[in-house]
Design a protein around this ligand. Structure first.
Ligand code: FPP
Length: 268
């Protein structure tokens, strides 16, 4: 058997292990390692970002094929502005180019695109293409692609706190009414189910200010693979790992007999 056929077979074997009934509806991804991938190859960091776009396209297709409904990716954090201007400008241009070239296909695939974050500091050219992409795809129902740009989890929480404080001081709400549901309704992700799974590539074990509120109960999968080397096979590994988890949401595993709980009757 040729090496290609062996690899193909390995891929197929893995995908048959996925339980189609237990696929996460919402997957969030921190696409990390573009720069290191390029540097390791002696290439400028921009090569890593370009390759990263192709990987993102592959993962959108793979997650849609599996039956996921929402994919949220971290494309540019509020902290990314501290990178050299040349890299920031490159990324901004890349976002605009990718959108210009891919939006028709995204639309034909019935994918709705939403940008999450504060768009204010971006150039008009990018903002225009973001708004037109969102508007073109707004009625698509098959799949939602959220792209987080100039996004920070803490900033989002502060924004919600401010909105609720304003509503309280104007009398629109009573402070005693503030609860998780009301808080959720002011988030940038309002109306979107929280991710069941967070994938971070490149081996880093941090959340890096990503979806701090929404990831409260998400399963976290760290892949050692750098984002430009990530692919459908690696994505399937993450899904299989997720399916092996026992999600208890702070509770306990369902017990065969409830009476197996015994009160230890502390004497103190
Ligand atoms: C992290 O790698 C990656 C980014 C900051 C940019 C990711 C952006 C894309 C893949 C393009 C997506 C495009 C659209 C339109 C959604 P890094 O640079 O932090 O890598 P490093 O940690 O190795 O330095």
């Amino acid at each position: 058997m040729s090496l290609e056929k062996i690899i193909d077979k390995k891929k197929k074997d893995l995908s048959t292990k996925i339980d189609k009934q237990k696929v996460p509806e919402h997957v969030a991804i921190i696409m990390d390692g573009n720069g290191r991938w390029a540097t390791k190859k002696g290439l400028p960091r921009s090569y890593g970002h370009n390759k990263g776009v192709n990987v993102l396209k592959e993962i959108i297709k793979a997650s849609k094929k599996l039956g996921c409904k929402v994919l949220t990716v971290y494309a540019f954090s509020t902290e990314n502005w501290t990178r050299p201007k040349k890299e920031v400008d490159f990324l901004i241009n890349l976002f605009a180019e990718v959108l210009k070239n891919e939006i028709e296909e995204i639309h034909q695939e019935y994918i709705k695109m939403k940008f999450i974050g504060d768009l204010t500091p971006f150039p008009e050219k990018l903002k225009k293409i973001i708004f037109s992409s969102e508007s073109l795809t707004k009625n698509n129902k098959t799949f939602l692609l959220n792209v987080c740009v100039n996004y920070g989890g803490r900033q989002e929480i502060v924004k919600v706190a401010k909105e609720l404080a304003l509503k309280s001081s104007s009398g629109e709400i009573n402070p005693s009414e503030v609860n998780e549901e009301l808080f959720n309704s002011e988030l940038l992700t309002q109306g979107i189910k929280d991710p069941e799974l967070l994938i971070r590539t490149s081996g880093e074990k941090r959340i890096s200010n990503f979806l701090l509120w929404q990831l409260a109960y998400s399963e976290i999968y760290i892949s050692d693979v750098l984002w430009p080397d990530f692919n459908e096979f690696e994505f399937h590994k993450a899904i299989i790992d997720y399916q092996s988890r026992n999600r208890r949401f702070g509770g306990i595993e369902s017990l065969p007999n409830e009476s197996s709980f015994e009160d230890s009757k502390c004497s103190s």
